[in-house]
Design a protein around this ligand. Structure first.
Ligand SMILES: [Zn+2]
Ligand SMILES: [Zn+2]
Length: 182
């Protein structure tokens, strides 16, 4: 599925909600782009770079893996959220996370339209990273997902049941790689 271009939405929001304060003429003060496949922990982010004496660059990045299959309202809500951060940093010139300025602008935007709602935290499901290993107890058959191998781990449930909660080599977990079906 092709990705929605973000720049037209940026310009529209800039006019509609930010009084054109996020552009110099028609030039955005902040770069806006889709991430590659790696941004998976958050739906979007805003960041800026400064040296001691001058402003270097600001950008908004939206997560392709998290947002590409969601409805466009999720993309709009995330982009607008990050634009509020950009506005606080570049226009108000204050250091703030989701403080008073953020909340106020968010409420203004939410009450000005009903196409989407901006929230303080992005509410989209973050896909859980697949485990690499199954740890299997040969005694009770339990299979536990593990991200990495842990040497000497034993089945807690069997140790509790059969050896008074003491670690017991009879219940050492055996590891099997998880087969990814892609
Ligand atoms: Zn935020
Ligand atoms: Zn067990």
């Amino acid at each position: 599925m092709p990705l929605i271009p973000l720049l037209p939405i940026f310009h529209q929001f800039n006019r509609e909600f930010f009084d054109k304060s996020l552009t110099f003429g028609s030039h955005p003060k902040v770069a806006v782009r889709w991430s590659d496949g790696r941004l998976k922990k958050t739906a979007g982010l805003y960041r800026s770079y400064r040296s001691l004496t001058k402003f270097l660059k600001a950008e908004i990045v939206l997560s392709r893996p998290l947002l590409e299959s969601l409805p466009s309202t999720a993309i709009e809500s995330t982009l607008c959220h990050e634009m509020i951060h950009a506005w606080i940093d570049l226009v108000l010139n204050v250091k703030e996370g989701h403080g008073a300025n953020f909340q106020q602008r968010m409420h203004e935007i939410n009450s000005a339209q009903n196409r989407f709602q901006v929230t303080v935290h992005h509410q989209f499901p973050v896909p859980v990273a697949l485990p690499k290993w199954w740890a299997v107890c040969l005694s009770c058959g339990v299979r536990l997902p593990y991200r990495r191998l842990v040497n000497g781990a034993a089945c807690r449930q069997c140790c509790e049941k059969f050896s008074d909660g003491q670690w017991d080599s009879r219940f050492l977990l055996k590891y099997e790689p998880v087969l990814k079906d892609i």
